[in-house]
Write a protein that binds this ligand. Structure first.
Ligand code: GLC
Ligand code: CA
Length: 625
């Protein structure tokens, strides 16, 4: 389907709310982690020419947009999320010319290109930060500089302005001897937080964004964008700092308190986003904005994404991929389907009439979903569960995101030793939590196997050669991170030849988003919410012109049923009733294989299973009423 045809479908669909859908309402976005996607010069790092060389694969998969994790100039402390020059490409990835070529080649194939905007912080090597180290420089107030705690010698232990810990380990404050003060960094000490209270900071960011849009990019994924407005008091002060009346939060077993919630979704969040919209996006069209929004409620998501407020198109919420109850991800209880249902239902219900939501299970910070919630213990279960989880996600209302390799059912890597890890969060937290006695070394290794970000960052598996086709087998340098040994079984080349592959299944799901109005725009309602194994819901579209439901009401319904377990399960009562009541009279009490829109078992088996009210392991399908 061409980009034009897709637009026409989007134009013809109206949500149950009042606003006509913009182009991205039935688009699918593919996330690329450039370092691990395709290396073309044998240095062991993926690069921009590598992405360009794989555009045909992506166009063929059917996605509409590619989002690139950061490729800007960076010391690479946090794999590019620490940017030292926003208007240049890191030599590791190529040049600005390579970027221009990638954009042009993508556009030729009807693919849009979205870049990562990392503006809660810069690198400490950015010129703004270097200038800011001088109290007399015009950039002096561009970051969160604070003096040592009263009565303490600057730079000595315990002299930090407050007790906040960094998400990547250690204090969130770093002492700079040149300035004689501390700067705030919620992430690594090479990622100082920018001071968004300063209008010059904001203006500089908007100038840079306009420069990229003018160059041809189609929008931004905005890194931790909900951290830009901090909860300062009337004097502009942070809790626990100086003579602030507020303390900096409860101290955890590792000796630190969390900067969240003091640094998330502060009082000026909406103001900053609306200002950004005015300064950057007003008067443009065809772009996409998606904000990374840890800690944001479904209701706040509705406000921020309500088109009337002119802030952002959509956000990534994280409650569904995070443990509930404020637990740390390293020590969390095992995952539960009840938690997933509660979170996704919350997202869906909040944006029923206005606002929008993104749909994702994987990205470069999450473990592989088939290992996390599916079953990677055998090839048969891996394939079934990867498809089941994909169907579950893609049949919701919203804009789906596919993370590289997810479309193959790539799994966690299960590294055995700490020196195989590259991620600074994984390595720092290993030391911090084992040294503080929070976890034993063995328990921490298990935690890393289950949730380390590096699980998502191993080389893309193109084929079964030594480095999975990510880089040539004879390349002088090994890939920057180990290749998953299961590349022999799980790879693009193999799946392209198999009509029943996970890859083929994703292609079909993406096609349905583009061609089936109920999938794209239908209302969403949960079925059998309390069932511990089965996740079921119904999508309903009532609209003139696309009607023709079997009761003649002009209503189209899709029932989506997923057995989220490796055992069999009973078809739960609400789902059964809904299917039974609407069964075609011609096959009394039976189900028709023709009504199975998509499923991971043969349609005839789905129909038979419906008749007996039983679901096979990971059985998943969408059934048209
Ligand atoms: C976001 C990114 C993550 C990065 C962090 C700091 O959460 O997705 O990869 O480490 O922000 O920029
Ligand atoms: Ca390279």
């Amino acid at each position: 389907m061409t980009a034009d045809q897709r637009m026409t479908l989007a134009d013809s669909i109206h949500t149950n709310g009042a606003t006509p859908n913009p182009w991205w309402a039935n688009a699918v976005v593919y996330q690329i982690y450039p370092r691990s996607f395709q290396d073309t010069n044998g240095d062991g790092f993926g690069d921009l020419p590598g992405i360009t060389s794989r555009l045909d694969y992506l166009a063929d998969l059917g996605v509409d947009v590619i989002w690139l994790s950061p490729v800007f100039r960076s010391p690479q402390d946090d794999n590019g999320y620490d940017i030292s020059d926003y208007q240049d490409i890191d030599p590791m990835f190529g040049t600005l010319d390579d970027m221009d070529e990638l954009i042009a080649e993508a556009h030729d194939r009807g693919l849009k290109v979205v870049m990562d905007l990392v503006v809660n912080h810069t690198s400490d090597e950015h010129a703004w930060f270097q200038a800011s180290r001088d109290k007399d420089d015009p950039h002096a107030d561009w970051y969160w500089w604070r003096p040592a705690k009263a009565g303490h010698e600057p730079g000595t232990p315990g002299a930090e302005p407050n007790e906040w810990g960094s998400y990547f380990g250690g204090s969130a404050w770093e002492y700079d001897p040149k300035r004689g003060e501390y700067y705030l960094h919620q992430f690594s000490k090479k990622q100082p937080d920018l001071n968004w209270e300063n209008p010059e900071v904001r203006a500089a960011v908007y100038r840079m964004m306009n420069w990229w849009l003018d160059r041809g990019v189609d929008g931004f994924r905005m890194d931790v964008i909900t951290l830009i407005s901090k909860h300062v008091d009337a004097n502009g002060e942070l809790p626990g700092v100086g003579d602030s009346a507020r303390d900096a939060g409860p101290i955890g077993p590792d000796g630190y308190s969390s900067p969240n919630p003091f640094c998330a979704d502060g009082p000026r969040q909406d103001e900053f986003l609306a200002e950004m919209h005015r300064e950057v996006f007003d008067g443009r069209d065809g772009y996409l904005t998606v904000g990374e929004a840890p800690g944001i409620s479904a209701e706040r998501n509705r406000t921020i994404t309500d088109p009337a407020n002119r802030e952002l198109d959509m956000l990534f919420l994280f409650d569904h991929v995070e443990p509930g109850g404020g637990q740390s991800k390293w020590t969390a209880e095992p995952w539960s389907l009840a938690h997933l249902k509660r979170c996704l239902a919350g997202h869906q219900r909040a944006v029923r009439d206005r606002g929008w939501t993104s749909l994702f299970f994987n990205n470069h910070d999450q473990p592989r979903v088939v290992s996390r919630w599916g079953d990677d213990s055998s090839e048969e279960m891996r394939v079934l569960s990867a498809k089941a989880i994909a169907l579950l996600l893609h049949m919701h209302r919203g804009t789906p995101y596919v993370y590289q390799g997810e479309e193959l059912g790539m799994t966690n890597v299960y590294f055995d030793s700490l020196d195989q890890y590259r991620d600074l969060e994984s390595i720092n937290m290993y030391h911090q939590l084992t040294e503080a006695g929070v976890l034993s070394e063995e328990a921490m290794m298990d935690a890393l196997k289950a949730i380390s970000r590096d699980n998502a960052r191993t080389p893309m598996q193109w084929d079964a050669t030594k480095y999975a086709g990510f880089t040539a087998s004879y390349a002088p340098t090994e890939p920057w991170i180990g290749t998953n040994p299961n590349k022999d079984v799980i790879n693009v080349k193999k799946q392209l030849r198999d009509g029943d592959s996970v890859l083929a299944f994703y292609r079909r799901l993406i096609e349905l988003r583009h061609t089936n109005p109920v999938v794209a725009a239908g209302d969403w309602a949960m079925l059998d919410e309390a069932d511990p194994k089965v996740y079921a819901f119904v999508r309903t579209l009532r609209e003139e012109g696309v009607g023709g439901g079997i009761d003649g009401s002009g209503e189209k319904r899709l029932v989506v049923v997923v057995n989220m377990s490796s055992g069999s399960a009973a078809l739960p009562p609400e789902t059964k009733d809904l299917l039974g009541l609407n069964m075609s009279g011609a096959i009394i009490g039976g189900a028709s294989a023709d009504r199975v829109l998509i499923g991971n078992y043969p349609a005839e088996q789905v129909a038979a299973d419906l008749l007996f009210g039983k679901l096979a392991p990971w059985e998943a399908f969408a059934y048209e009423l």
